[in-house]
Design a binder for this molecule. Structure first.
Ligand code: ATR
Length: 287
């Protein structure tokens, strides 16, 4: 439907934002679900964030997505944080309930929902996660909530992996989870950990176009019963994913996480189910 005097505002804030799929995903979904909403993107940095949030509140925006570089600062401006957002101290989704802002991080839950939709049961599994940036932190926090058995975090900058493990360990007192931080340069240890794990996740930007066409690990380390996930979605199939498919691994692609993180945001804002199949088809041209 065309916007009218009753149209509700939804938004994306962060910078840069011009390549985001979120406006197309959500506007397509509003149309499909007959929701009188409009989703717009507003370029926002740390300096302008407070003013932008004030404006969105004044305009009674129902909610907004948050991307780099304002995810952490936005968490500080929220009145309430969901469990996973508390663990990582960053949000990608805000719900405005009459001026009360609740922040969520839907990347991790989106990642694991995509895994579930692809028949991967993560409870009691052993995971090797490479990366300690925003996406990795969100996946790692959700891994705790999904009751995985072991999470080994590798990162190029070891101190960031250590910090992530420390942050996570504050929330695992009553849980039987082992969380370990390791240096990505330790290839022998990385191979041994992958040999003993059920799921391997690349949560770094390695493999992304046009930066490079590398694989974060030696493809010879892949084996058929390893689930291989990559958060990179441009290209749709990274080198890691291509090599994993050759080895007949189950592969979870980055597009699935993008779709499902959006699905959770949409549901938190509207209470409605996100039309996943339609968005796949119309926005991502996937049948
Ligand atoms: P995002 O929010 O997408 O996770 P980010 O916070 O910038 O983005 O994190 C990028 C991740 O990719 C980091 O873990 C980064 O490692 P460092 O912490 O050492 O910077 C990782 N990364 C980026 N380029 C890499 C490369 N060439 N090799 C290994 N890791 C890389």
């Amino acid at each position: 439907m065309l916007p009218d005097a009753k149209t509700k505002l939804f938004a994306l804030i962060g910078s840069p934002i011009d390549h985001s799929f979120s406006p197309s995903m959500h506007n397509t979904s509003f149309e499909e679900k007959d929701i009188n909403g409009c989703y717009l993107a507003f370029d926002t940095d740390e300096e302008t964030l407070e003013d932008v949030v004030k404006s969105l509140k004044s305009l009674n925006a129902i909610g907004w997505n948050v991307t780099m570089p304002v995810k952490t600062k936005m968490a500080e401006l929220c009145d309430e944080l969901s469990e996973e957002a508390q663990i990582i101290g960053a949000v990608n989704t805000v719900v405005n309930q009459d001026g009360h802002l609740k922040g969520y991080s839907t990347d991790g839950i989106g990642f694991f929902r995509n895994a579930k939709e692809n028949g991967v049961d993560v409870k009691d599994s052993s995971i090797v996660l490479v990366g300690a940036g925003g996406a990795a932190r969100s996946i790692a926090a959700q891994a705790i909530l999904e009751d995985v058995k072991k999470l080994t975090i590798y990162n190029r900058t070891f101190s960031k992996a250590q910090k992530l493990a420390e942050d996570l360990n504050k929330y695992t007192e009553n849980k039987d989870i082992e969380i370990i931080a390791k240096d990505l340069s330790d290839a022998i240890s990385l191979k041994a950990d992958i040999d003993e794990s059920d799921i391997f996740i690349n949560a770094t930007s390695v493999g992304m176009n046009p930066i490079n066409n590398d694989s974060i690990i030696d493809p010879n380390w892949l084996r058929e019963d390893l689930v291989v996930a990559d958060i990179v979605y441009t290209p749709v199939k990274t080198k890691l994913e291509e090599e994993a498919l050759k080895k007949r691994c189950k592969v979870l692609d980055g597009m699935g996480m993008v779709l499902w993180q959006g699905a959770y945001s949409f549901n938190y804002w509207t209470g409605e189910e996100f039309p996943v199949d339609l968005v796949k088809k119309k926005v991502f041209n996937i049948d």
